[in-house]
Ligand binder design. Structure first.
Ligand code: NAD
Length: 246
């Protein structure tokens, strides 16, 4: 069988969170190009609705840090074949400057919401005995990262949650995977660029010699969600140009 046919998502209902910008938007455009039915969710109402209209999908507003809102989204979308758990926030500060509110915001958005979405769509996948859940982790889960202590801890927790869900849901034919990108310039990193990208500090650690592109994250997402990766589960794939090799 040709690999191209394994990347055909016609008839697949794909829920992508955080789809209004950055990686999520690139992932949505890529799935659309490969025939998927798009369910796009984000906290930014106008932007998600206009993208959904442009790509021919359905747009939903939700707040991943609010458990009621996440439950409402899971109810609203109905059956999902593929979940791309992408929405997230970064609060970049030294550990000594983090407030309890900062930590609670990261825990709620980057971990509790991620788990709640997995649970919300995973139940249906387990009962239908098929589905793929991909969460966007981070290279920081593997190498720490200045000013990213709590964020990196949440991303490490997402990798571990991926393994746990893969073990529990594998017997039902549901694959659960994680993609850990390296740095890419998106709105998330642009806001911290002034302090963390100064003089491209860190780039000398990347064997491939450049930051990643959102399209590369979208390509890897499609691959991992496709039947080309049908024997992969519980894995976190690090796509960082080799940064963590240090
Ligand atoms: N950009 C990077 O270098 C990088 C590297 C590794 C991992 N990541 C991860 O990739 C994912 C996407 O990040 P990005 O770089 O595209 O950032 P981004 O800020 O461009 O996009 C994040 C999206 O999530 C949405 N969002 C934020 N909080 C939300 C909430 N409470 N409820 C619903 N939606 C919410 C935003 O509106 C936005 O559309 C995140 O999980 C991030 O941690 C990013």
């Amino acid at each position: 069988m040709k690999v191209d046919s394994l990347l055909d998502f016609k008839g697949h209902r794909v829920l992508i969170t955080g789809a209004a910008n950055g990686f999520g938007e690139a992932i949505a455009r890529k799935f659309q190009a490969h025939g998927a039915t798009l369910l796009l969710a984000d906290i930014e109402l106008e932007r998600i609705q206009s993208l959904a209209a442009e790509l021919g999908g359905v747009g939903y507003q939700f707040d991943q840090s609010d458990s009621v809102s996440v439950d409402r989204l899971c109810q609203a979308v109905g059956e999902v074949d593929i979940l791309v758990n992408n929405a997230g926030i970064l609060i970049a500060k030294p550990l000594l400057s983090m407030s309890v509110q900062d930590v609670q915001a990261l825990v709620a958005t980057d971990f509790v919401g991620v788990w709640q979405l997995m649970r919300g769509v995973g139940e249906g996948m387990v009962s239908r005995k098929k589905g793929v859940i991909l969460s966007i982790g981070s290279q920081t889960a593997f190498c720490g990262g200045e000013n990213r202590g709590i964020y990196a801890s949440m991303k490490a927790a997402v990798s571990q949650l991926t393994r746990a869900a893969a073990v529990e849901w594998g017997p039902s034919g549901v694959r659960v995977v994680c993609l850990a990108p390296g740095r890419s310039l998106t709105r998330m990193t642009q806001t911290t660029a002034a302090t963390t990208y100064k003089g491209d500090r860190g780039l000398e650690r990347v064997p491939l010699g450049r930051w990643g592109a959102t399209d590369e994250v979208a390509n890897m997402t499609l691959f991992l969600c496709s039947d080309a990766a049908s024997y992969v589960t519980g894995e976190t794939l690090i796509a960082d140009g080799g940064y963590v090799l240090g």
